[in-house]
Design a protein around this ligand. Structure first.
Ligand code: NAP
Ligand code: ZN
Ligand code: ZN
Length: 448
C-alpha cells in the first residue's frame, strides 16, 4: 500500500493562564491552532494525521467555549489621572459581554489621538479604569452570527472613536423610544444623542448590561459590527490607523463645505470636491496635517497652514500647504490673508480668543472647530454679524463617511506622517505626544 506522508505541526501561538475571577484560582488555557501551519513538526501517515487534526480541532473548540464566557483582554489600563504622566499599567480587563452582532479583533495598530490624553488627564470626565485608544486596526478573529456587514474572520478592519449608537433599535427600558432617533435614521449615527465612544463610555444594549467601552491600547478589541470597517487592501495598517479618528474627522468637516461634482462645472466624478475653495488649517498636528492632505486631495484652490512657530513650515509645504503663518512668531500675522478664506478648520484645543482667525474669513465664511478645549472660548460676535460668518463644529464622521473616506484615502494615496512605536512603549509614547513631539501621529504596534 502506498502511504502518503503528511507533515503536521501544531503551533501553540499563545498559552495564557488567566484567573476566571478574583475568587477562583482555576486557570484557563487558551490554545490557538494555526491550520495553515500544520507542517514541519511530525511526519505521519495521512489517516493518523487526520485523526490528530480532528482531535486538535476538538480541543480547540472546547477551549474556545470557556474563553468566550470568561474572556479577558490585555491592555494598558489607566487607573487614575496619574496615567497621563506615563503610568498606565499593563493588565487584564473585561471586554463587553459577547453579542452575536459583535466582532473580536486582534489589534495590530492603534494611533495615539489627543483625545486619549484628554481622557487620561481627566480634561473630560473620566471613568477609571479606562483603556484608551480609538484609532484601531487589526485582524478579525471572531464574528457574531448576526453580523450583516460581510466582515469575515481574517479580514483587516478598523474601529474609530465611536462604538455604539441607538440605531433606532429596541431600547433596554420600556419607557424609552429609540425608534424616533433622527440621527440614526438618516445615517448620522455620530450625532446620535445616545452614542457611545470607543472608550470611557458604556454600551447601550440590554445584553451588554451597561458594560464599559474599552479602547485599543490592547491586544484585542471587541466592537459592535456597525462600527467596524474593512480596510482597503492597498492601505497600509500604520496609515489606516490615524485615519480612523483624525482622518475621518477632518474629511467629514471638509465634506461639509465641499460641493458635489454633480453640480454645474463639477466634472464627471461623483466625489465631493473643494475646487475653488480656499482653506485654512489651524494647528498642524495629527488632525491638522491630515486636513492639509485631504484638502489638497479634494482639490482645494489654496491651503493656508497656521502653526505656532516656524518648526513645521517645511513639513506643511511638503504636505501641500501653499502658505504658512507662524502665529506665535509674527507680530502682525494674517494681514495679507484678511478676508481671503472660505473655511478654517481649527484643530487646536485652547480657549484663546479666535477673533484673529475670524478676520481671515471672507464674507459668509465658515469656522469649523474640531479641537475641544476644556474652557469656553471668547468670540467677538459682531465680527460674525458683520461678515455673516458661520461658527460651527464637527464630530468625527458617520459610518458611511468612514467607508467613503477610506476608499478616497486609498485612491488618492493619502499618506499620513506616522511614527510607529511598540505597543509596549505606550507610556513613553503618550509622554512624547504630550510634549508635542509627534510628527505627526504616533502609532502603537503590537507586532514590534
Ligand atoms: N471633533 C472631533 O471629532 C475630534 C476628533 C479627534 C480629535 N479631536 C480633538 O482635536 C484636537 C486635536 O487633536 P490631535 O490629535 O490633532 O492633537 P495634536 O496632534 O496634539 O495636534 C494639536 C495641535 O494643536 C496645536 N497646539 C498644541 N498646543 C497648543 C496650545 N497650547 N496653543 C495653541 N495650539 C496648540 C499644535 O499645533 P502647532 O504646533 O502647529 O501650533 C498641535 O500640533 C484635540 O482636542 C482632540 O481631542 C476632535
Ligand atoms: Zn481621536
Ligand atoms: Zn440614535
Amino acid at each position: 500500500m502506498k502511504i502518503r506522508w503528511v507533515r503536521i505541526r501544531v503551533r501553540l501561538l499563545r498559552i495564557s493562564a488567566i484567573p476566571e475571577d478574583n475568587a477562583s484560582s482555576k486557570c484557563l488555557v487558551l490554545i490557538r491552532v494555526s491550520i495553515h501551519d500544520l507542517y514541519r513538526c511530525f511526519i505521519l501517515p495521512s489517516h493518523l494525521a487526520l485523526q490528530l487534526l480532528i482531535s486538535v480541532l476538538a480541543t480547540f473548540l472546547m477551549t474556545m467555549e470557556p474563553h468566550r464566557e470568561n474572556t479577558k483582554f490585555e491592555g494598558w489600563i489607566a487607573h487614575n489621572r496619574a496615567a497621563a504622566a506615563g503610568q498606565m499599567e499593563w493588565g487584564f480587563f473585561e471586554p463587553k459581554p459577547w453579542e452575536e452582532t459583535d466582532v473580536d479583533i486582534e489589534v495590530t495598530h492603534c494611533g495615539i489621538c489627543s483625545s486619549d490624553l484628554h481622557v487620561l488627564r481627566s480634561d473630560w470626565p473620566a471613568s477609571y479604569p479606562v483603556v484608551v485608544g480609538h484609532e484601531i486596526i487589526g485582524t478579525v478573529v471572531r464574528v457574531g452570527m448576526d453580523v450583516k456587514t460581510g466582515i469575515r474572520v481574517g479580514d483587516r478592519v478598523g474601529v474609530g472613536a465611536q462604538s455604539d449608537a441607538c440605531l433606532c433599535r429596541k431600547p433596554p427600558a420600556v419607557a424609552d423610544d429609540w425608534s424616533s432617533c433622527g440621527e440614526c435614521a438618516t445615517g448620522k449615527e455620530n450625532y446620535c444623542a445616545r452614542a457611545s465612544t470607543t472608550y470611557n463610555s458604556h454600551f447601550l444594549s440590554t445584553a451588554a448590561g451597561g458594560a464599559k467601552t474599552m479602547g485599543g491600547y490592547a491586544r484585542h478589541h471587541r466592537c459592535p459590527s456597525h462600527f467596524v470597517f474593512k480596510i482597503p487592501k492597498d492601505l497600509r495598517s500604520e496609515y489606516a490607523a490615524p485615519l480612523m479618528c483624525a482622518g475621518i474627522t477632518v474629511y467629514s468637516a471638509l465634506c461639509s463645505v465641499s460641493r458635489s461634482s454633480d453640480e454645474p462645472g463639477g466634472g464627471s466624478s461623483k466625489r465631493r470636491h473643494l475646487r475653488g475653495t480656499r482653506v485654512g488649517v489651524i494647528g498642524i498636528g495629527g488632525l491638522g496635517h491630515l486636513a492639509i492632505l485631504f484638502a489638497r486631495a479634494m482639490g482645494a484652490e489654496y491651503v493656508l497652514a497656521l502653526s505656532r512657530d516656524e518648526g513645521k513650515r517645511d513639513d506643511a509645504r511638503t504636505l501641500g500647504a501653499d502658505e504658512y503663518i507662524a502665529t506665535g512668531e509674527e507680530e502682525e500675522w494674517g494681514g495679507d490673508q484678511t478676508n481671503s478664506l472660505h473655511v478654517m478648520i481649527s484643530t487646536i484645543a485652547t480657549s484663546a480668543p479666535i477673533d484673529r482667525h475670524l478676520r481671515l474669513l471672507r464674507r459668509g465664511g465658515r469656522y469649523i472647530a474640531l479641537g475641544m478645549p476644556r474652557d469656553a472660548v471668547e468670540v467677538d460676535v459682531s465680527m460674525l454679524v458683520v461678515k455673516g460668518l458661520l461658527l460651527t463644529g464637527s464630530l468625527i464622521g458617520s459610518p458611511a463617511e468612514v467607508r467613503d473616506m477610506l476608499q478616497f484615502a486609498m485612491e488618492q494615496k493619502i499618506t499620513p506622517r506616522v511614527d510607529v512605536k511598540s505597543m509596549g512603549d505606550a507610556n513613553n509614547a503618550i509622554l512624547d505626544m504630550e510634549a508635542g513631539m509627534a510628527r505627526y501621529r504616533f502609532v502603537l504596534c503590537n507586532e514590534m
